[in-house]
Design a protein around this ligand. Sequence first.
Ligand SMILES: [Zn+2]
Ligand SMILES: [Zn+2]
Length: 133
Amino acid sequence: MTSHPTASDLYEVVRMQLPRISLGTVYRNLDQLVEAGEVRRLHTTGRETRFDGDIKKHDHVRCLRCGSVADVHHTPFDFTNAGIHDSNGFEIHGYNLEFTGLCPQCQHVQSEQDSIHSIETKNTKINRGKGRQ
Ligand SMILES: [Zn+2]
Ligand SMILES: [Zn+2]
């Protein structure tokens, strides 16, 4: 299980212990934990809501390819005091910041695909060259 599971990730795990539990029950329990401040609901832009057992203030980075989420503990800037109040009169209590990119695994896949692509391109050129002769 990832460190930022979705409700269905948790459901799969809980179901091993409690085979008759429903996804709805898992959702309700998660809602209660979020309200009690024990679990944080992540406002990431992925398909499914993710949950975080680490309620200390931190931001997240999401992989654009596989959707995995990792912690960013040292955001170089605190947007709470970014002067947003001055532009619209809101009293700022927090923000949701999400970085996006490629996780280490997907960077690996990407570079493999790039090299396959360049080999293919080379072969095509060679074949074309032979064809003209
Ligand atoms: Zn990834
Ligand atoms: Zn986190």
